[in-house]
Design a binder for this molecule. Structure first.
Ligand SMILES: [Zn+2]
Ligand SMILES: [Zn+2]
Length: 199
């Protein structure tokens, strides 16, 4: 931005200077790009950051919205959910924490990943450090131990936002109201049975 060009004695361009932060660039184009927000192109001091925070936020929201639009809609999805910094196991828990009206129209599903050691990967990793036609000697106990480790850690995994799948608010609320009806029906039924017993 506001490029100042430094010339050699022979008249050739020696370097270009960003007129805002004083950084030296080899080409005019680079110096011209300096101190411009990489999103909106307006002034942004590159000594602080190469883009405005607000522009970065907007870009992030836009890319999220795009991913959400592309994600496959899962009817009947029942959780888990991330709501703010909360983790909700199912729709009921989500609706306990959030008013239905607060929910966005769509949200990403949440997937679970268990930690897994893989015998072949471990051996391959070691082999890459060895000579070219190196072959490991078998140790079936290790494979068994890895299986045990994987089983011991099966529930010790991580939940993460699955950006390929989404739920819809309409679907969640429809099913939540059905399950409320079910509960009402059930308690009516229980009342009736109770009545019959008392008779
Ligand atoms: Zn600059
Ligand atoms: Zn900007």
């Amino acid at each position: 931005m506001n490029v100042r060009t430094l010339y050699h004695q022979n008249g050739k361009v020696e370097a270009c200077l960003c007129g805002k932060c004083g950084r030296i660039w080899v080409s005019f184009e680079s110096a011209e790009r300096c101190c411009k927000c990489s999103y909106c192109g307006e002034f942004c001091d590159w000594r602080e950051s190469v883009a405005h925070l607000a522009c970065q936020d907007r870009a992030l929201r836009e890319s999220e919205a795009k991913a959400l639009e592309k994600a496959e809609l899962v009817e009947g999805y029942d959780g888990p959910f991330f709501w703010g910094d909360r983790f909700c196991l199912d729709v009921d828990e989500l609706l306990e924490r959030a008013d239905g009206a607060e929910l966005p129209e769509f949200g990403f599903c949440v997937a679970y990943q268990a930690p897994q050691l893989n015998y072949a990967d471990i051996v391959e990793n070691v082999a890459s450090e060895m000579h070219e036609d190196w072959e490991p000697n078998d140790a079936p106990e290790l494979e068994k131990a890895i299986e045990l480790w994987n089983a011991a850690n099966a529930q010790n995994g991580t939940y993460f936002e699955d950006r390929k799948r989404k739920w819809s608010r309409a679907d969640l609320l429809r099913r939540a109201s059905h399950s409320e009806e079910d509960t009402r029906e059930k308690s009516k039924e229980e009342d009736r049975q109770q009545g019959e017993l008392e008779r």
